[in-house]
Write a protein that binds this ligand. Structure first.
Ligand code: AMP
Ligand code: GLY
Length: 396
């Protein structure tokens, strides 16, 4: 099978790494990819959010399956465009990707499907959460515990110029559960947890994700099957009923509240950086499952994985570029996986090229072992201004 991975982050490097191990793979391509992906795939300088250029690329390379990493091309209709031309895609059509692209649509589907989520509030009063409707790259949510925070949140939401709504503030630990779906059929991956805030102890602003781990001490792998039945299946059925069946990865961002599990959000793609901790836990061939054959889902091995994100010094305010990176080979020599995100090659040297630069993944029999392996590998890597959290999976 000839596969094209679309995207350039740590999630896409992890996907390319898993696909590269498949016996059914004949050629692996990426658009645009990154220097880490380039070590295992042919990279092409086509942007992920440029469907009009991805279609001719997929045709020219005679691609059998396009695996789409990020949400933006899905919401723009890359899935529809490729499917119309007979090219198989991992990732939903635009109508089903609205489950991520519009929070109002997601709420409407959840209500129709009877899936538990935060209640929409008729009046904005703290504590509450203000949410912009459309894609906002993690910057469209304001958690408001005080009137001052609410005033700031409402002003910021209005400034975005999108519709927004106000919902109840839920409390409890968060978890991410991914299902790979072909319409109403689905297989589920084990629960993972990510760390959204930039600083240790969840201090500072939200980011794209500073680390992740799996399995979770508080939600055993086996519980994911119940979560699939409670959360994902009703939504998949509802989307199919509306004649917009979901093919791809349905990501449920959940909170375990005192009243049980509630959905915080749905995404229409693999989570980043949860994927980097999940794929190393799987044995067997991921590629047939991505291609829509759910008969032999990959087995979950009794292994743990911990991912630590190495970011630029001014992340999340701004990215970093051109700073030389040292020690990736030494980190890999410890046995850890290093997935590239914001990196580039300049005159043959690896340099920074983005906010989140590298993902270092430690694997072990237990979470503490995996955590030690991850941080040991991190200690070999350095670039000017490098920042990372030191508490990923610390209380697991
Ligand atoms: P989202 O962009 O929907 O993933 O929201 C980003 C983060 O805001 C989530 O990971 C939660 O930590 C927080 N959040 C979103 N909605 C709620 C809610 N209803 N109650 C509490 N926290 C929330
Ligand atoms: N890990 C959060 C996300 O992928 O949206």
């Amino acid at each position: 099978m000839r596969v094209l991975v679309v995207g350039s982050g740590g999630r896409e490097h992890a996907l390319a790494w898993a696909i590269a191990r498949s016996p059914s793979l004949t050629e692996l391509h990426a658009a645009p990819g990154n220097p880490g992906i380039a070590a295992i795939a042919h990279c092409h300088p086509v942007r992920a959010d440029d469907p009009a250029s991805l279609l001719p690329l997929a045709r020219e390379l005679r691609i059998d399956l396009v695996v789409v990493g990020p949400e933006a091309p899905l919401v723009l209709g890359l899935g529809d465009l490729l499917r119309q031309r007979g090219i198989a895609v991992f990732g939903p059509n635009a109508a089903a990707a609205r489950i991520e692209g519009s929070k109002a649509f997601a709420k409407e589907v959840m209500d129709a499907a009877g899936v538990p989520t935060a209640r929409t509030l008729p009046v904005a009063r703290p504590p509450c959460v203000v949410k912009a409707d459309g894609l906002a790259a993690g910057k469209g949510v304001w958690v408001c515990r005080t009137q001052a925070e609410l005033d700031t949140g409402l002003r910021a939401a209005e400034a975005l110029g999108q519709p927004f709504h106000v919902e109840e503030l839920l409390e409890g630990p968060e978890l991410s559960v991914f299902a790979i779906a072909t319409g109403e059929e689905a297989v589920v991956l084990p629960p993972a947890r990510d760390y959204k805030r930039v600083g240790d102890g969840d201090a500072g602003p939200n980011t794209g994700g500073m680390g992740s781990f799996s399995p979770l001490p508080d939600v055993p792998d086996a519980e994911s099957v119940e979560i699939l039945d409670l959360i994902h299946r009703p939504v998949l059925r509802e989307l199919a009923r509306r004649r917009t069946p979901f093919h791809g990865l349905l990501y449920a961002g959940l909170m375990r509240t005192e009243d049980g599990l509630r959905v915080i959000e749905f995404n229409a793609r693999f989570g980043d950086p949860e994927t980097q901790s999940l794929l190393p836990r799987l044995d067997g061939d991921l590629l047939p499952v991505l291609a829509g054959d759910l008969a032999q889902p990959p087995q979950v091995a009794p292994r743990a994985a911990v991912t630590v994100v190495l970011a630029g010094g001014e992340y999340p305010e701004r990215g970093d570029s051109g700073t030389p990176i040292e020690g990736v080979d030494a980190a890999e020599a410890t046995g850890a996986l290093v997935f590239h995100a914001g990196t580039a090659l300049r005159d043959g040297r690896l340099v920074t090229n983005g906010g989140r630069v590298l993902n270092v993944v430690g694997v072990g029999l237990t979470v503490p072992e995996a955590r030690t392996a991850a941080y040991d590998a991190v200690s070999h890597i350095d670039f000017a201004g490098m920042r990372h959290r030191t508490d990923i999976a610390a209380n697991a």
